[in-house]
Design a protein around this ligand. Structure first.
Ligand code: DMJ
Length: 549
């Protein structure tokens, strides 16, 4: 497709890429001027606030977007600034899910792109480096959440003290199953298998809880393994679990993950699909509990295209695009039978999912419908959400009221996917074996070829390079050999013992499950999950999420 792009289309694409750059810098500069070091910009009051932690989240999340837009000098400046200013040793209750996808994912991706960004690389990169150490540091803070009898993590962890004894054991499905990409990459780069093992243990435990008809619900008690919210669907609370099974299978060439997804997909197609929409159904009976489309579901056509299910992906995309055209954005919830928004769910917080699907489908089909969606999105966001100080979440798509919030995913994902949609030759689309397509340096023996096989985007649009997994395998082997030697030296008879076999479900020490010391002051944390607070009582009536008024 790219070699035959007519000149007029080419110029149009270039023009749109420029506009997206301007959008990015309008928001980014405003964040730096008015909100840094807080997590997020408040675009109506032109100041900042901490939201998901207290780690300059927007800057971490936006770091790789700088490189995507070609700004190597600012990438270098910010990478150094973050190393000097961000500290994860803080007494903050953080979402395990959000910290992983935004912070660990953002730092890992920036680490892997550091060579291309012209950063000075330390010997051993990409198997070592300051951004990798930061990612590892952040991920280590999350590990106490995984020390549970089931291996499924708590939703919230205190970065300094670990999991509070009063922490709720109820978390959403995505909060259990969205770790394998970042944790496996971390383990393979650093040679420490702890992260990947934790993610796999959680995935296997979750898999065992599926219903007889092969579906999972929305919120689970990670201690009792009981489903607390039994609505099964592909949207809020579940979405990235399925995404990580597919992308994990691709990135790690892992059949177990693919088999899991395919079994789920069969049940999803059987029970939840209706006219190429996906409804919410009761996980044990398969009866419809909510005939609603949620904006978070719009990632699904993109995921289907990764699996080659193009026909179905195209039809579902058309359904979702019709909702976009109706409102000039995607409302959080859309009632399919009524063809209208759902009460209290009329907002559009500038989410990326439909644009993300458009990017994949444009690459797969070359159909200009997807460029049109990108153009519509660009125009809508400029018209409805732009403020003198950034871009604001739309509180209500019917009257264009705004909220004083700019989520970090706007710069990490929405802008990035828009730009990549309009730049079909971007290095992140992969396929390059020369020039800009690959990057050769570092790794064990200096034979690391990065970027030649494409990238896998984590659920926050942070590109991960599957080729890097192989750069550090010798490094990991050396680590293992060193560990074995140290172990053998510590044996009384000096003889080496064979390394202990990794069990699938290692029983944790119960005292490890809570890292806070008795008597310490704790704030009862909110139920935490990717999207919104959850109220089990309302879920019984088929309204999965609480009214946030
Ligand atoms: C992002 O943080 C991630 O894409 C997550 O998987 C879902 N929610 C937001 C974007 O909508």
């Amino acid at each position: 497709m790219t070699s035959f792009t007519p000149l007029s289309t080419f110029c149009l694409l270039l023009f749109r890429m420029q506009r997206i750059k301007s959008m990015f810098y309008h928001a980014y500069n405003s964040y730096l001027d008015n909100a840094f070091p807080y997590d997020e910009l408040r675009p109506l009051t032109c100041d900042g606030q901490d939201t998901w932690g207290s780690f300059s989240l927007t800057l971490i999340d936006a770091l790789d977007t700088l490189l995507v837009l070609g700004n190597r000098t600012e990438f270098q400046r910010v990478a150094s600034l973050l190393q000097d200013t961000v500290d994860f040793d803080i007494d903050v209750n953080a979402s395990v899910f959000e910290t992983n996808i935004r912070v660990v994912g953002g730092l890992l991706s920036a680490h892997l792109l550091a060579g291309r960004a012209g950063m000075e690389l330390e010997p051993g990169w990409p198997c070592s480096g300051p951004l990798l150490r930061m990612a590892e540091d952040a991920a280590r803070k999350l590990l106490p959440a995984f020390q549970t009898p089931t291996g499924m993590p708590y939703g919230t962890v205190n970065l300094l003290h670990g999991v509070s004894p009063t922490e709720t054991p109820v978390t959403c499905t995505a909060g259990v199953g969205t770790f394998i990409l970042e944790f496996a990459m971390l383990s393979r780069l650093t040679g420490d298998p702890t992260f990947e093992n934790a993610a796999r243990r959680a995935l296997r435990a979750l898999w065992k809880t599926r219903s007889d008809i092969g579906l999972v619900g929305n919120h689970i008690d990670i201690l009792s393994k009981k489903w607390v919210a039994q609505d099964a669907g592909i949207g809020a609370g579940v979405d990235s679990y399925f995404e990580y099974l597919v992308k994990g299978a691709i990135m790690l060439q892992d059949e177990e993950l693919l088999n899991m997804f395919q079994a789920y997909d069969q049940a999803i197609q059987n029970y939840t699909r209706f006219d190429d929409w996906y409804l919410w159904v009761q996980m044990h009976k398969g009866t419809v509990s909510m005939p609603v489309f949620q904006s978070l579901e719009a990632f699904w056509p993109g995921l289907q295209s990764l699996l080659g299910n193009l026909d179905s992906a195209v039809r579902t995309f058309q359904n979702y695009y019709s909702v976009w055209r109706q409102f000039g954005g995607l409302p959080e919830f859309y009632s399919i039978p009524q063809g209208y928004t759902v009460d209290k769910r009329e907002g559009y917080p500038l989410r990326p999912e439909l644009i993300e699907s458009a990017m994949y489908l444009f690459r797969a089909t070359g159909d200009h419908t997807y460029l049109q969606l990108g153009f519509d999105a660009l125009e809508s966001i400029e018209r409805i959400a732009k403020t003198p100080c950034g871009y604001a979440s739309v509180k209500d798509l019917r009257d264009h009221q705004l909220d004083n919030r700019m989520e970090s995913f706007f710069l990490a994902e929405t802008i990035k996917y828009l730009y990549l949609l309009f730049d079909p030759t971007h290095f992140l689309h992969g396929g390059g074996t020369e020039g800009d397509g690959s990057w050769e340096e570092g790794g064990d023996g200096g034979q690391c070829v990065l970027g030649a096989g494409g990238f896998i985007f984590n659920t926050e649009a942070h590109p991960l390079d599957p080729a890097a997994l192989y750069c550090c395998s010798r490094h990991a082997q050396d680590h293992q050999e060193l560990r074995d030697i140290l172990l053998s030296l510590s044996q009384p008879d000096g003889r080496s013992k064979p390394p202990a076999k990794q069990t699938e479900d290692p029983p944790p020490n119960p005292s490890d499950s809570i890292a806070l010391k008795p008597g310490e002051k704790r704030t009862p944390p909110l139920l935490s999950c990717p999207v919104q607070p959850f109220n089990a009582r309302l879920s019984i009536f088929g309204q999965v999420f609480t009214d946030n008024t």
